[in-house]
Design a protein around this ligand. Structure first.
Ligand SMILES: [Zn+2]
Length: 217
């Protein structure tokens, strides 16, 4: 199927700008990236952080998305309890310490799209303004419709609880110790695993990076 045909099947030269969603089959098999704003959508207080990754995976499977999955938690991670970060990292969720929330998410999605070929699915558990303009073959979506920030946070908590109840215990026992971390304050310095991440956040290099950023703003 040509990308340059219009709805009548006639060749057209003016449809470059129009985003084209992957077909249902393409989307179901394509790689899926999740950008989760953990500052705006925190792990609910009564929810086991180690269950978030498998629950997001289950949520996507229920919707027919079965391709490779990468989950990125983005936010001011110095405000997130270390035990939560450890549980997320040990279940394969990449950690991005980001001082600018929504605009950093928008940048990360744009950077990923610029380096990868469609089709791909991008789930943004984030403010709608975190999405860059859609591009052909990239399926950008949210887990639920947007009403307000308060409604969003409530829906996030209730969705996690509802979907986790349908998730088999075998999914929660999967472990993955290869999660990466990145520090956007320190110009994207990164590494592997929670231990080296917490060492970085409490280290001199990070505090110098935070200080010089504050000075320049
Ligand atoms: Zn840093």
């Amino acid at each position: 199927m040509s990308k340059f045909e219009d709805e009548d099947g006639k060749p057209s030269t003016i449809v470059w700008w129009r985003p084209m969603k992957p077909t249902r089959e393409e989307a179901s098999l394509a790689e899926t990236l999740v950008f989760w704003d953990i500052s705006k959508f925190p792990v609910p207080s009564t929810f086991d952080a180690g269950r978030v990754g498998p629950t997001i995976k289950r949520f996507l499977e229920l919707d027919g998305y079965c391709g490779n999955l990468t989950i990125n938690a983005v936010g001011i991670l110095t405000d997130v309890p270390p035990c939560i970060l450890q549980a997320l990292s040990s279940t394969g969720i990449n950690l991005y310490h980001s001082p600018h929330g929504t605009s950093d998410i928008r940048l990360l999605i744009s950077q990923w799209i610029s380096k990868n070929l469609p089709p791909a699915n991008i789930l943004g558990i984030c403010d709608p303004r975190g999405f860059p303009p859609p591009l052909t073959g990239f399926n950008l979506f949210r887990p639920f419709s947007y009403f307000s920030p308060e409604e969003d946070a409530l829906l996030w908590g209730s969705s996690l609880r509802t979907v986790s109840m349908t998730t088999g215990e075998d999914m929660f026992s999967e472990t993955n110790d290869s999660a990466s971390w990145f520090c956007l304050t320190c110009k994207q310095l990164g590494g592997q695993g929670h231990e080296s991440f917490s060492k970085h956040l409490s280290g001199r290099k990070h505090s110098q990076g935070s200080f010089s950023k504050k000075k320049s703003t």
